[in-house]
Design a protein. Structure first.
Length: 197
């Protein structure tokens, strides 16, 4: 099904634009594959969230995660099945767990401090396919990601007794996990890819 989507989409774009170079086809194919995987993954995860009865909370966590992921980047699975399993476990598992357990303020403060430290050290985390070679952009992304982690931490602590505080904590921890070199090590992927260029 994925191949059919890619082939039809590339053919449609080629008909609209005219001849495409091999490099253009490769770039388009990469982008379309990412789009296909994102849409199919989201449909599956939304269905599971619906079955678990927390679509609104999942959607809030997803938005908060994507805001901080933009400057922080992070791990991307090389295989779509690994991406689906890990995304489902993190994006559904952590918020669902946090909705059903009580997290003390002390634990939240500790988790926030650890997250901010990890962001200050590890963000932005690039991938082999998208190494962040521009030093200035890496620095800007590090500052933005770390500032967002600090802002999230303040919100989490200030609104400690609200469920949305726990969901923001879940989003912060998910991004902390995906920028950590430990996750890259677990999946056997390279870290700090910009150093290899």
């Amino acid at each position: 099904m994925k191949e059919a989507f890619l082939n039809h989409s590339l053919a449609f774009i080629a008909d609209s634009k005219g001849d495409l170079s091999e490099e253009e086809k490769e770039k388009l194919s990469y982008g379309l594959e990412g789009l296909y995987m994102t849409i199919t993954k989201l449909v599956i995860i939304f269905l599971i969230a619906g079955l678990l009865g927390f679509i609104k909370e999942f959607l809030f966590t997803l938005i908060m995660f994507n805001i901080i992921r933009f400057p922080g980047f992070g791990y991307h699975a090389s295989k779509s099945i690994i991406c689906l399993i890990s995304s489902t476990a993190l994006m559904l598992g952590l918020p669902f767990l946090f909705m059903h357990i009580e997290i003390s303020l002390v634990v939240k403060v500790i988790l926030c401090i650890v997250s901010v430290i990890v962001f200050a050290i590890c963000a932005p985390a690039d991938t082999a396919k998208r190494p962040l070679t521009n030093k200035k952009k890496r620095k800007i992304r590090k500052i933005c990601a770390t500032c967002l982690a600090i802002i999230y931490s303040f919100i989490i602590i200030m609104f400690n007794d609200l469920i949305y505080s726990d969901l923001i904590l879940a989003a912060l921890l998910i991004e902390t996990i995906v920028i950590s070199p430990i996750l890259y090590l677990i999946f056997g992927d390279t870290y700090n890819n910009y150093k290899k260029i």
